[in-house]
Design a binder for this molecule. Sequence first.
Ligand code: PNS
Length: 165
Amino acid sequence: MNLIRAIYPGSFDPLTNGHLDLIERGSKIFDELIVAILRNAEKDPLFTVAERMDMLQQMVRRFENVKVDTFDGLLVDYAMQKQAKAVLRGIRAISDYEYELQMALMNRKLQPQLETVFMMPAEAYSYLSSRLVKEIFRLGGSVRGLVPELVEQSLREKVRGASAR
Ligand code: PNS
């Protein structure tokens, strides 16, 4: 049988309900979905890759066909290594489109066999981003409903850890 495996790559720093919404949608249309955390991001992340992996694993446990992994180097190379046929990316608003189009076309140039599939998260998450979650939390705002409770708890622990230092 010809199974369709897709990769959902990203930083997931941290995982939001928007990501989870997309994972759920992706799990319904692909036979297997690998959520792949980029390891060598140049940005200074709030959560380590191991922490992000742990949170993701706990949150996707309920989806039978979803796995979590990490990767570095080119996404197209990782996708080929995993014998994936598609890359899943979320588009929230028109503002995402330009960057996503550029990446999708560059990935196609690098590996024409790999398709990028865009999906829209639920409207309720159309303004949500990991960057805003971190900023709101750091400044004392509520992120309830924007991230899973587990992530909210981890954010609290991070902030507590940082202030104890
Ligand atoms: O969640 P993000 O930060 O928007 O995810 C970006 C990601 C990880 C999908 C992108 O940076 C990526 O694919 N990086 C791997 C390196 C690579 O293949 N770069 C060329 C992209 S055209």
